[in-house]
Design a binder for this molecule. Structure first.
Ligand code: GLC
Ligand code: GLC
Length: 807
């Protein structure tokens, strides 16, 4: 069942009913100011940091779900209703929500009044614009009242939810003309305030929540819009809000448009006040002036569209499969931008107050983002590398505001360092900026202790051979990619973290996943060394890779698939000998990606075992059989009920590894089958089962052991976005930037015949035609001349190269 449709021309998903199986959201903003907005106008906004600079209040995990947002109310005679359906939930005669690239538009009608609300964050500004158009669709003139409503968060989102003894006393506002200023704590150390403005004279206003709602009411029963009488209330402590009341007189057929601006302002300390105790509003007024007419809004929206044209224009395809096209051209890239901006901070499943930026997460997010804005990827790389330690290990997370490593969680996730090599490699392949390797980058953010980025990569690489276990495989540490496989943590106490309680720190537990990743990242490292002419080092590193591959084929092999690990006692995990958790997905995908067992045939066996044991109707599950009880020696993985998350859920992040691995073996049909099983556009028809947005990936889909097999959770912020983008563009379509040229090596199923691809990088435009007959071999020409192999060398900047690939 569907709840909407794709409008590819406009790059929008059009939701046709407010009653989606869960709030289906969009993100506004991609620089400093961000908003989350659901299809019923729920959500919130913040400046840079969702914890410390939260502008509006939102209630996670509340009833009803999705409480708090940008609400408008219409009072039309005796009828009061909300055009976004929620919070009043009055029946609408028409409803549509269009989520587009950085904007959302909700249109509806009731009782002959149409309302359209457009919301976006204009490029280069710290505000949300809400443009509301009210139309009289009836035959008679009428006057309606329009009420706006936002509730302010008292800045620190955690404190706001918990520290009431203090914060019920601090709320303050200023009201000037049609602008309501939220100035809580501006009197003391804060140099910032928020405001909500409308470009029209007010019939009244409210700034105190009790006055607006009535004491025991929810948003759906708000007294002021129900009565039609604004109270002109002034918040003092308690809960500051901003609500404007406008009288809107409309002739039949007439429309009126109002522009609301919800903005954020920072003032230099010396300019904080215009008079004692009065906030300086100069900067707010400039922001208001920038968006005081619909024409200015139109222009800003045009600029936003142009920005997205440019961002999405680096790789576009036309394949004849509209679902593939919309994933590759629009939604997968869009999600990659969002994950790059948000990391794992703010979604409808991440509260914005918890986790910092992950070392491994951010490096992987970069893989799906680097082609869009390489300069920002460069900056991110330096930030991440600066949190590395001298021995190559790294903080698992860092805080975006301070860019410092997070001491609470510390280090010891032994896959972390290797992801840095992949992030840097992707950046250099995209841009050719090999000079980044000469940048001086600190260890542990200490400006007095720096080394070149190349040296950082060397430490990342060496961290593996420096930390081998008894079988010659990499030690796992606290965990590898699978945060929940905690082999050195024997936790019997509910209140401690599986990730940080390493009470059995030993040097026995080993990870085959890290071995596979070592091969994959190691090859990237070797290629960079060769490019730099450091052939001796390259050879030495290659030697270590060959050795690791051999160890894997011996000690890392279980007979029909790759083992997952050795535990604290040296016993195998992910082996036929185990009772539960006999086979895991991660090493099958990653080891084959690293090239292990491709020649010996083990790779093929391993992937056939994935098909046999792990594949399901809705995707590949993480392991089988699921753990049915808690195993103290395994950690968090066995804490989940069977079929959820790391315990045999379809953890979508690792499915593309198997897709890539299948393409390494040239098995196009199988790669395609796995790709389309979890790609959201292909799941649109089962939205009632999947429940999450059909335009973005979710982290997890419940596995075959779960009660609700096929139901997704944790949409939006997941490494799934970047890795699927890599899988589909670089391996299925086979378009991949290499150090010396563009590799064109598709692995497409037969039914996809001809694909045209435009790929812009390094100032060169590649116009590629893939003529696919599924032969498994590749014959390339560039500008009519035969190409030796599958890599088309980069020509001079500014050129267009026509490439034809017959395969
Ligand atoms: C989450 C984490 C990621 C981890 C994965 C598997 O998505 O953000 O770092 O690799 O879970 O545990
Ligand atoms: C939990 C989740 C896992 C996530 C981790 C992050 O363990 O199950 O997916 O990576 O938290 O800390």
């Amino acid at each position: 069942m569907r709840f909407g449709h794709f409008d590819d021309e406009k790059r929008e998903y059009v939701i046709e009913t407010p009653k989606t199986p869960y709030p289906w959201i969009n993100y506004l903003g991609s620089e400093s100011f961000f908003g989350l907005v659901s299809n019923t106008a729920g959500g919130y906004c913040f400046y840079r940091d969702a914890r410390y600079r939260r502008l509006t209040r939102y209630r996670y995990n509340n009833v009803p779900v999705d409480e708090g947002g940008r609400y408008f109310y219409i009072k039309d005679g005796d009828d009061t209703w909300t055009p976004s359906w929620r919070p009043m939930k009055k029946e609408l005669e028409r409803y549509e929500c269009r989520h587009g690239m950085g904007y959302t538009k909700i249109s509806s009608a009731r009782g002959g009044v149409g309302v359209e609300t457009l919301m976006f964050v204009p490029v280069g500004h710290n505000c949300e614009v809400h443009q509301v158009t009210v139309t009289n669709e009836g035959q008679a003139a009428k006057t309606v009242k329009l009420f706006s409503f936002v509730e302010f968060c008292l800045w620190n989102a955690l404190d706001d939810m918990t520290n009431f003894q203090q914060n019920f006393n601090t709320g303050e506002v200023e009201i000037e003309g049609s602008t309501i200023y939220h100035v809580t704590e501006y009197r003391e150390r804060r140099d910032h305030y928020a405001f909500y403005h409308v470009n029209a004279p007010l019939a009244g206003f409210d700034t105190d929540r009790h006055s607006f709602l009535g004491l025991y009411n929810g948003f759906g029963e708000a007294q002021v819009p129900l009565s039609g009488e604004p109270r002109n209330s002034r918040a003092s402590g308690w809960h500051p809000i901003a609500s404007h009341c406008l009288d809107v007189a409309l002739a039949p057929g007439e429309s009126k448009t109002f522009v609301f601006v919800l903005g954020y302002v920072e003032n230099p300390r010396e300019e904080k006040f215009s008079a004692p105790g009065v906030a300086n509003k100069t900067r707010a007024k400039a922001l208001i002036d920038a968006f005081s007419t619909p024409a200015q809004v139109e222009e800003a929206l045009g600029k936003l569209r142009a920005t997205w044209d440019a961002l999405l224009g680096k790789l576009t395809i036309k394949s004849g499969d509209e679902k593939l096209d919309r994933m590759v051209n629009i939604w997968n890239q869009y999600q990659c931008m969002v994950t790059f901006n948000m990391s794992r901070s703010a979604s409808y499943f991440e509260s914005g107050i918890g986790r910092g930026m992950g070392f491994r997460d951010s490096n992987q997010d970069l893989l799906g983002f680097v082609h869009m804005v390489p300069e920002r990827a460069r900056e991110r790389i330096i930030d991440i590398a600066s949190t590395q330690f001298e021995d190559g290990s790294a903080y698992h997370q860092y805080q975006p505001l301070t860019k410092r490593g997070n001491n609470d969680i510390g280090s010891g996730f032994n896959d972390d360092p290797l992801w840095l090599i992949l992030g840097v490699g992707a950046y250099i392949r995209e841009t050719g900026d090999i000079g980044i390797l000469d940048e001086q980058v600190p260890f542990d953010n200490d400006p007095n202790n720096t080394a070149t980025l190349l040296e950082h990569l060397k430490r990342s690489f060496d961290h593996v051979p420096n930390n081998l276990g008894p079988n010659g495989l990499p030690l796992i540490g606290r965990a590898d990619w699978n945060d929940c496989l905690n082999l050195n943590c024997f936790s019997e106490t509910p209140d401690e973290s599986f990730q940080t309680t390493g009470n059995k720190v030993g040097r026995t537990a080993e990870s085959t996943f890290i071995a596979g990743l070592f091969l994959l990242a190691g090859k990237e490292y070797v290629a960079l060394l060769e490019k730099l002419g450091r052939n001796g080092e390259a050879e030495q590193a290659s030697g270590l890779l060959t050795k690791m591959a051999a160890v894997m084929e011996d000690k890392g092999w279980d007979g029909e698939w790759f083992l997952r690990a050795y535990d604290f006692f040296g016993e195998p995990i992910g082996s036929n000998r185990c009772e539960e958790g006999k086979i895991f997905i991660e090493p099958q995908g990653m080891c084959v990606m690293g090239g292990i067992g491709v020649e010996s045939g083990k790779a093929k066996l391993a992937l056939d075992s994935v098909k046999k044991h792990l594949d399901s109707k809705y995707g590949i599950v993480l392991l089988q059989p699921a753990y049915t009880t808690y195993h103290v020696k395994l950690g968090e993985i066995s804490s989940y009920p069977p079929g959820y998350k790391e315990n045999a859920g379809i953890f979508c992040h690792n499915n593309p590894w198997v897709v890539i691995a299948e393409t390494e073996l040239g098995r196009a049909d199988r790669a395609w089958e796995y790709y389309t099983k979890i790609a959201p556009a292909y799941l649109e028809d089962i939205s009632d089962v999947h429940r999450m947005e059909p335009y973005v990936y979710a982290q997890m889909i419940a596995g075959k052991d779960a009660v609700n097999h096929g139901e997704a959770k944790n949409s939006w912020l997941t490494g799934t976005a970047a890795y699927n983008y890599v899988a589909v563009t670089q391996h299925i379509l086979g378009i991949r930037a290499e150090l010396d040229g563009l590799r064109v090596k598709p692995c497409l199923p037969k039914h996809i015949g001809e694909v045209s691809v435009k790929r812009v990088l390094r100032g060169v435009t590649f116009d590629i035609t893939i003529k696919n007959r599924g032969t498994g071999s590749h014959k390339l020409t560039a500008d009519g001349q035969p190409v030796d192999g599958v890599v088309v060398p980069y020509p001079a900047t500014g050129k267009t190269v026509r490439v034809v690939c017959e395969c």
